[in-house]
Design a binder for this molecule. Sequence first.
Ligand SMILES: C[S@@+](CC[C@H](N)C(=O)[O-])C[C@H]1O[C@@H](n2cnc3c(N)ncnc32)[C@H](O)[C@@H]1O
Length: 278
Amino acid sequence: MKNKTMSLKLTTDKLKYQNLNKQEKNQQWWEELPMTYEDWDSKKRIPETKEDFLEIEKRFLEESPFIKNQFNFKRFKNKKVLEIGCGSGAVSCLFAKNDAKVTAVDITKQAINLVKTNAKLQCLNINALQQDAEKLTFAKENFDYVFSWGVLHHSQNTLDAFKQVERVLKKGGSGLIMVYNKNSARYYINGLNWLILKGKIFKGYNLRNVQDFYTDGYYHRHFIPNELKQELEKLGLKCTKVFTTHMGHRMLPFAPLWFEKWIKNNYGWLLVIEFEKR
Ligand SMILES: C[S@@+](CC[C@H](N)C(=O)[O-])C[C@H]1O[C@@H](n2cnc3c(N)ncnc32)[C@H](O)[C@@H]1O
């Protein structure tokens, strides 16, 4: 979920993961390149000070206008919130600042170290645990709210992770998941650019695997809104809202702002689904 990703395939040569199992490949990718909102090829990617973490929070909010402008953290006061795939912990800290009882999980050691440091430097209380979204160890019906932003499309079996979301959510609880949208301008414009203008089609790439050049994660599945809704509803979750949004930076710098806004709202890359367990 970052703008400058042109060197991703060079930064992480997937061939070196060939001896790992499917989920280890996903994990190892993120151990090496944790989500810190630094350029993927930057030399200094790991935050250390409180200022570094606050800068990540600022960049996260700039790149997630929906969270910045429309997501109301205050309503989670005293609620048991689970964040799945917390990365360096920007969102878990925002929940904690608003007095939610936060549990943050991530598949990597690196992210758990980061969220712990982040919480400590900001004097916040977060229960941070290294866990795989596909195999959460919590008791069933444990959380009032489950939040996962830009994570589950990277897991080797996204459906198993969805099942866990449903399992750990209390009856009457709710949640939000954001995954990548296949019906998006980015998927097709960048895909066709790399395939045709950059000639990857002649090396055997297709629209799906050419994403490796500019999309984060070992896996980066893209979902069609209606199909995602159906998958979650089959698991017993009631989807209350499905919409698309996009990162904050300019997507089409030469187009009028109204047109860019229209594209982001209708064909944005970030597919958000809100749901309840009844
Ligand atoms: C794109 S980053 C997003 C981080 C954070 N949600 C954010 O928006 O800044 C994806 C995160 O998901 C984590 N992740 C990927 N697969 C996971 C899984 N199966 N279980 C838990 N975390 C996972 C990665 O380690 C990484 O920290």
